[in-house]
Ligand binder design. Structure first.
Ligand SMILES: [Zn+2]
Length: 170
């Protein structure tokens, strides 16, 4: 299964993971999930209320109760959770697997491993994870970011093609 997320949203999660180190950061993932395609459309950052937030994470329980489980705004609802590994790899730890809610997505960002990430779910608590491909969607073509991106491409000597050049000084 592929799990899609917008570039800016993904970068917000990565930036919070970097800023929060050496503690693990965590939060909720909202989105939709339909016929083999999941889309993460929003995040809700949580305090990490674990006793030892440098080694594990625990989301504020009240936060989980506040978000819709089904059909919230734009159909988005709770589809998973993210957390960071300040030093470890993006692989889920034994306790990640033990504590995972079955059939919710878990996104892990490994800060000191080049912000490598993984996304997975467990079919049943404590079972091995099923990994998914995380597809980071590019920003909209006409945003300021896209123009900056084009300039960066030009400066690096990579020739971008097609419509992405519109609006660029000749
Ligand atoms: Zn973990």
């Amino acid at each position: 299964m592929s799990v899609h997320i917008g570039y800016c949203l993904y970068q917000r999660i990565v930036a919070s993971a970097i800023a929060g180190a050496p503690q693990e950061v965590c939060g909720l993932l909202l989105g939709t999930h339909d016929r083999g395609r999941a889309v993460i459309s929003d995040m809700v950052a949580s305090r990490n209320v674990a006793a030892n937030p440098q080694a594990s994470f625990e989301i504020e329980p009240a936060l989980v109760l506040e978000v819709p489980r089904t059909n919230g705004r734009n159909g988005a609802h709770l589809i998973g959770f993210y957390h960071s590994h300040p030093n470890g790899s993006a692989r889920p730890s034994a306790s990640d697997l033990d504590n995972a809610w079955p059939n919710f997505f878990y996104l892990i960002v490994a800060v000191n491993h080049n912000t490598d990430s993984s996304i997975w779910h467990v079919p049943k608590t404590g079972t091995a994870q099923v990994s998914h491909g995380l597809i980071v969607e590019p920003p909209p073509i006409d945003s300021n970011f896209a123009r900056a991106y084009d300039r960066a491409d030009t400066e690096s000597g990579i020739s971008a093609t097609g419509d992405r050049h519109h609006g660029q000084p000749i």
